[in-house]
Design a protein around this ligand. Structure first.
Ligand code: UDP
Ligand code: MG
Length: 315
């Protein structure tokens, strides 16, 4: 089989309830484009029937379907990287398995890529997530925009198109904790964005708990910026200057007005605030150090159990 024009990479984690609906919309949408394509599903260690359903689908559409089965849950971004390492197409599309990203938008992404862009991001027209998710992520988006050099209107939308060159560069990076849309942006020469529809999750629940979302946002910030560290140093400088002034004030006061013993709770207040700032700063440092540690251990980023592939050019 010659290399396809389009590769679609889809991470799947416990999506049994929605997979049939995804197949029913994804394949017709791609067939309609009239271009050669391949779809790579990565099963990220699902514990439900997802793996079996993907295997059956691979049998049903062997010509265009490949499945990578992970040996555990390594996270959405690692799943996509594994997909990137196996793609053969010229334009690579990522999307979620839960039908929040309509497969019918793939044609628009491809058209934009053909205008000469090497990276096409997307902006969700009307985000269909919970109130908290929508606003919390908008705030994070704004913060990230200020402290990194990455310009994305809507960082959370995974429905994106990448050129083969960018995907190969991402595969060559050995990053353990990463955020693919941001990483791709740093390699893009001519990025663009288009507006896409967004739907409610077709079935099942979000695979991101609040904890996982916080971790993901730390990956995004620590992976692409050291501004938080510099901010902590600056805060240290400002606090030192303030406390130096305070000491001078107390000394002068001691000479002019005599000793003072009041203000004990004010002192506590200030001390507790400082302890909070300190703990936060140590934790922040830890986020960076922990990532360095994971990186230097050089363990495999993910384990592949099997690759289901019946196309001629086996890898
Ligand atoms: N996903 C994954 N591994 C994980 C978590 C999620 O492969 O550990 C997949 C999931 O199956 C879906 C996509 O990543 O295809 C996005 O997940 P989800 O829809 O739960 O995220 P949300 O839309 O709530 O941000
Ligand atoms: Mg989703």
């Amino acid at each position: 089989m010659a290399n396809p024009a389009i590769s679609v990479v889809i991470p799947v984690y416990n999506e049994e309830a929605g997979l049939d609906a995804l197949f029913a919309r994804l394949y017709p949408a791609l067939d309609k484009l009239g271009e050669s394509y391949e779809i790579i599903f990565i099963n990220d260690g699902s514990v439900d029937r997802s793996a079996a359903m993907l295997a059956a689908q691979q049998q049903a559409r062997t010509d265009v379907t490949r499945v990578i089965l992970f040996n555990g849950n390594f996270g959405q971004h690692m799943a996509i990287i594994a997909g990137f390492e196996h793609v053969r197409g010229e334009i690579i599309i990522t999307l979620d398995a839960d039908l929040q990203n309509p497969p019918e938008e793939i044609g628009n992404l491809v058209a934009k890529m053909r205008e000469g862009h090497d990276y096409v991001g997307s902006i969700r027209r009307q985000r269909q997530d919970s109130f908290f998710r929508t606003y919390a992520s908008r705030a994070m988006n704004r913060l990230r925009e200020r402290i990194t050099n990455i310009h994305m209107t809507d960082q959370g939308c995974m429905l994106r198109a990448y050129s083969r060159r960018i995907v190969d560069t991402i595969s060559a990076c050995r990053e353990v904790n990463t955020f693919i849309p941001a990483l791709a942006y740093t390699f893009a020469q001519k990025p663009a964005e288009i507006v896409v529809e967004h739907e409610e999750r077709a079935a099942g629940e979000s695979k991101y708990s609040l904890y996982k979302l916080i971790r993901l946002n730390f990956d995004l910030v620590t992976g692409f910026s050291v501004v938080p560290l510099q901010f902590v140093s600056l805060m240290g400088v400002v606090l030192s200057v303030l406390s130096a002034l305070f000491v001078v004030y107390l000394a002068v006061r001691r000479i002019m007005m005599g000793p003072e013993a009041e203000g004990l709770f004010t002192l506590f207040g200030i001390a507790f605030f400082m302890i909070g700032v300190l703990l936060f700063s140590i934790g922040l440092l830890g986020e960076y150090v922990g990532r360095i540690y994971q990186q230097v251990r050089q363990r495999p980023r993910y384990l592949i159990q099997a690759v289901l592939d019946s196309t001629e050019t086996k890898q």
